[in-house]
Design a protein around this ligand. Structure first.
Ligand code: NAD
Ligand code: UDP
Length: 321
């Protein structure tokens, strides 16, 4: 068998850069493709110049000629923070749909296997809990989150149809809220917001009553799940949830962050954004059966690993070091 060549679209982002690390660590060649719209070169600076790593600045909405035969494609290209994906909603939608189609065409031409980073947002504001893969979701097609949610749903449809119609081995990971080092300081998602606010003495911005829930997965667990999904032999049956079933209210998260940082920050309440899901918790039985996967890192441990990263980032920002 020839050498593994993995294309990671969105590889300079939070999740993508950890995936690149893992692939390089396993001896794969990595072609990291990113437009840098939300990702940064800082995330991959340690990889640039390393044997087997190549970066290509490219917008996934344009067709891509990688210049070498790729054997696997991870499609993570898409802004993931609600604040970021709403800045240019049309481009977000184009990224999900056209970007995925371009990569599926590449997979079709090369025979590469493709793993699509889908999202728990395909379940919208779910009417059932926990959410299993057979649930079709409750999504507003014309709201502020639609460019992301419906874009990702469209991308799933494309993966499914490229498989049926063209035999492309496309696999879908429905990723639930994931956090960890390398999230951007201004990312806007709740874990990074709360930690940065606590460390800088600002009030923690709780949207709504803070009683809405999320399930938070540590980045290393998620990367392990994506790697297993790519490696699984035989036919993978439809989309697979990847997330940590531990479910927390935003008030509980705020309390944990305050306790761990020893911060005297207060809570400030702001209106709940429109269409903000009230609950989210993955049913991960399928991932267990098909991939033998389950998350290992609790929120408690994951926060202990993430807080020092933000403390260092803030220190660098203050001292210019
Ligand atoms: P991120 O914003 O840090 O990473 C996304 C990367 O994609 C960035 O580097 C960005 O520059 C790049 N990108 C965006 N649009 C692009 C385009 N048109 N062409 C090329 N590159 C483009 O976000 P993340 O948290 O690392 O998310 C990665 C992927 O995982 C996304 O597809 C996201 O939808 C999915 N996901 C993430 C989570 C999570 O909680 N982190 C949850 C569900 C799904
Ligand atoms: N949230 C919050 N304060 C913040 C950022 C987010 O209370 O500073 C809430 C948000 O309204 C949502 C939850 O935290 O209910 C998770 O939001 P995030 O943007 O992290 O992810 P998503 O909504 O995509 O699950």
């Amino acid at each position: 068998m020839g050498r593994r060549v993995a294309l990671v679209a969105g590889g300079a982002g939070f999740l993508g850069s950890h995936l690149c690390d893992r692939l390089i660590g396993e001896g794969a060649r990595v072609l990291c493709v990113d437009s840098l719209v939300t990702g940064t070169m800082d995330n991959i600076a340690h990889l640039v110049g390393r044997e087997g790593f190549r970066f290509l600045r490219h917008d996934a909405t344009e067709p891509l000629d990688p210049g070498e035969t790729v054997t696997e494609i991870f499609n993570l290209a898409c802004p993931a923070s609600p604040i970021k994906y709403a800045i240019d909603p049309v481009h977000t939608f184009r990224t999900s749909v056209l970007g995925t189609m371009n990569l599926l065409e590449l997979a079709r031409a090369t025979g590469a296997r493709l793993v699509q980073a889908s999202t728990s947002e395909v379940y919208g504001d779910p009417a059932i809990s926990p959410q299993h893969e057979g649930y079709w979701g409750n999504v507003n097609p014309v709201g502020p989150r639609s460019c992301y949610d419906e874009g990702k749903r469209g991308a799933e449809t494309l993966c499914h149809d490229y498989r049926r119609q063209h035999g492309v081995e496309a696999r879908i990971a429905r990723i639930f809220n994931t956090y960890g080092p390398r999230m951007a300081r201004d990312d806007g998602r709740v874990v990074s917001n709360f930690i940065v606010q606590a460390l800088t003495g600002l009030p923690l911005t709780v949207y709504g009553t803070g009683e809405q829930t999320r399930s938070f997965c540590y980045v290393d667990d998620l990367v392990e799940g994506l790697m297993r999904l790519m490696a699984a032999s035989g036919r993978v049956p439809g989309p697979i949830n990847l997330g940590n079933p531990g479910e927390f209210t935003m008030l509980e998260l705020a309390d944990m962050v305050l306790a761990k940082t020893g911060s005297a920050s207060t809570l400030s309440f702001a209106p709940l954004p429109r269409d903000d899901p009230r609950q989210r918790r993955p049913d991960i039985a399928l991932a267990g059966r098909v991939l033998g996967w389950a998350p290992q890192v609790t929120l408690d441990e994951g926060l202990d690993r993430t807080i020092p990263y933000f403390a260092q980032l803030i220190h660098k920002g203050q001292t210019g070091e």
